[in-house]
Design a protein around this ligand. Structure first.
Ligand code: NDP
Length: 627
């Protein structure tokens, strides 16, 4: 037994080997090509099952200052922040029947958010809303979207059930022409593209999907008419049905317990197990919220993201499964570190690099002490420790030995989206639930009657695809519309060989366009936080432009090139971590070096936000041509 094994209760070398083995098993040449686009004969997978009534209206021919594409949290926040600046001449175009974006579409049973609601819900101080629990669910989130829309009067600016089909730049008028599937033609000075990073459902490109004679749908278009029940569960119509669900990501983890209760027989087809940590939801203490001082909300979300990206905080305010690995790391380091180091919290191995964390340590330790400690190794040990806990939980909860083993994830915690659930693992103790472990291979074939794996046909009445959303494919394919910029050049052409933006928001050749999303920008686990920061940035720029009487804003060539270089350099810092991860959308399905500029800002979101704040405080719109 090695010295390290004594110290940590696990063998780091054996774990390293096992992680590598599991990763290698899943690497595939086809990367993103392994998925099937939901268009053409698969288009029925993206029809809207939630519409109560279809709107019939005349086409709109209009001219506005700003068109915002997308009515999810990004679009709502953009609109709210514009209103705050007195910019009211905008239209929000949304393909769904209501606001909500990802929450409009993802209403599957059990749909909820495992980022604490007090930080996930934006604008809480503005609306005064008190979430009922520490972790919210889909119905409450949709209710909250409506509250935001009412507070900021967004319905009066909305075109719902309307899908943008193209945006075309007119150099003579310095305006965009926004066309829609309702035959609208809306001219806009500015266009905000907030079409959602996980908006386009994907299917595995496996043989026979269209041969299946039973019922089928994707989790983001849940068919309650077929299953019965609602987001809270009670899937009564399934009591005499055999159901297969494909995928075991964050979505499946939340709906599998309800399917287990509802279905006569459930087969869960797994390629890679998720890490399932403790969730421990709690009702909100209304007294606690009412005692918070002004600015508490921003402080709390900043505190959480600071912890996750290696910064210093006095106290872990959220203190849940997300931040536990960092507390573990801190505990380990405190034991070893010089007494000088008192209170600090550090991130474990994560999507961000050990370089970042070193910055945090510097406040407490000499360079020599830091070197002696080998931070990277300490981070890896804390992550092993955390994941050993996660694996032990699977072992403890799941009675069947083989199933328990299959449910153990062997990779670093932030290689894939960590999950937090208190009923998922126990579902596999039900006699009507079977885990089909494809051992990293995934499915082979779908037949008329069901799913074929390892020579066995699993006959089912219904197949549910919990296979996630397109990430990393062509921008316009995901957005659902093409953007034709200066000289007719499309965004697909411009970004064909890699993203090119300034701050993730502007792209030369596409004046007066503002891109929302994580690419080349700050990416937070609390995704609404990045969207809010982008909205604040947008509102600042538009206010400045309007004050100057400007009609055209475009990133300079030089500023854009510099930003791409920054993204590439920062991506290098995290390349090692990503390279060792099991494939998934976090690491471009294992192809990490293909387009390093397609990453998020590798210095972490807090550094990015402060960079943007500094940029704004210079007050000169540096890197933008304003005419
Ligand atoms: P994911 O992309 O995370 O998961 C897709 C699943 O499908 C994976 O388990 C994947 O396996 C599996 N899969 C893909 N192809 C095949 C195949 N050929 N055979 C078998 N399995 C296959 O999508 P989700 O919808 O689960 O989640 C998307 C994101 O949405 C999350 O990462 C998270 O950011 C967000 N989300 C957040 C929640 C929250 O609580 N806040 C809840 C739900 C979602 P493999 O891992 O091997 O690729």
């Amino acid at each position: 037994m090695s010295a390290q094994l004594n110290q940590y209760d696990f063998d780091p070398d054996a774990l390293r080997k096992k992680y590598r083995l599991e990763r290698d098993k899943r690497l595939r040449q086809d990367g993103n090509e392994q998925y099937q686009e939901v268009s053409g004969e698969f288009a029925y997978f993206v029809e809207d099952p939630y519409l109560e009534e279809e709107i019939e209206r005349e086409p709109i021919t209009d001219e506005v200052e700003v068109v915002i594409i997308g009515g999810g949290f990004g679009g709502m926040l953009a609109a709210a922040r514009l209103r705050e600046k007195g910019i009211d001449d905008f239209k929000i175009i949304e393909k769904g029947g209501d606001f909500g974006g990802t929450w409009y579409w993802n209403r599957y049973p059990g749909a909820s958010c495992d980022i604490e609601s007090y930080i996930y819900f934006p604008l809480l101080e503005e609306t005064g809303f008190i979430p009922k629990q520490k972790y919210t669910n889909a119905p409450e989130t949709l209710e909250y979207c409506r509250i935001i829309c009412e507070k900021f009067n967004l319905y009066e600016n909305a075109c719902l059930q309307t899908e943008v089909t193209s945006t075309i730049w007119n150099e003579d008028t310095n305006r965009w022409l926004v066309k829609t599937n309702q035959n609208d033609e809306i001219k806009a000075r500015y266009v905000v593209h907030s079409n959602g990073p996980l908006n386009r459902p994907k299917l595995p490109a496996i043989k026979g999907i269209n041969d299946f004679k039973g019922h089928t749908f994707h989790t983001s278009r849940w068919d309650y008419e077929y299953t019965g029940g609602n987001s809270h569960g009670n899937l009564d119509n399934l009591k005499d049905k055999r159901v297969a669900i494909i995928g075991t990501g964050a979505t499946a983890v939340q709906c599998v317990p309800h399917l287990g209760v509802g279905a006569e027989q459930l087969y869960v087809f797994q390629r890679t197990p998720s890490s399932i940590d403790v969730r421990n939801n709690q009702p909100t203490d209304p007294n606690w919220i009412s005692t918070q001082k002004e600015g508490w909300h921003d402080e709390r979300r900043k505190n959480f993201e600071t912890l996750l990206t290696g910064g210093q905080v006095k106290e872990d305010l959220v203190s849940d499964g997300w931040t536990e690995a960092f507390r573990l790391l801190f505990g380990n380091l405190r034991e070893k570190a010089p007494s000088k180091m008192k209170m600090a919290t550090w991130a474990a191995t994560s999507i961000f690099s050990s370089e970042m964390y070193k910055k945090g340590f510097k406040a407490y330790m000499t360079d020599k002490a830091m070197e002696a400690m080998d931070i990277r190794n300490a981070m890896q040990m804390a992550d092993f420790q955390k994941m050993e806990q996660v694996r032990a939980r699977a072992q403890e909860v799941v009675k069947d030995e083989k199933t328990a083993e299959s449910l153990k994830p062997y990779y670093n915690q932030f290689c894939k989206r960590p999950c937090f659930h208190d009923e998922y693992l126990d579902t596999f103790n039900r006699p009507n639930v079977e885990l089909v472990d494809t051992d990293g291979k995934g499915l082979e074939e779908i037949s008329e009657k069901g799913i074929v794996f390892n020579g066995k046909e699993y006959e089912v009445d219904c197949i549910i695809f919990a296979t996630g959303f397109e990430v990393g494919t062509d921008y316009s394919r995901r957005a659902g519309y093409q953007i034709h910029g200066v000289d007719g050049k499309t965004i697909s052409q411009k970004w064909e060989n890699g993203l090119a933006t300034l701050h993730g928001m502007h792209s030369r050749g596409f004046p007066n366009s503002f891109f929302f999303g994580p690419a080349q920008s700050g990416f937070t686990a609390t995704y609404t936080y990045s969207l809010d920061e982008q909205s604040i940035h947008l509102a600042y720029i538009l206010e400045k432009a309007m004050d100057k009487g400007a009609t055209r804003i475009e990133a300079t060539q030089e500023a854009e090139e510099k930003w791409i270089q920054t993204i590439i350099e920062k991506a290098r810092l995290t390349a090692d971590f990503q390279e060792n991860c099991t494939p998934g959308y976090y690491n471009n399905e294992g192809k990490i070096n293909q387009t390093p500029q397609n990453n998020t800002y590798g210095g972490g979101p807090i550094e990015f936000f402060s960079l943007m704040e500094k940029w704004r405080s210079k007050n000169n719109l540096e890197g933008l041509e304003i005419n």
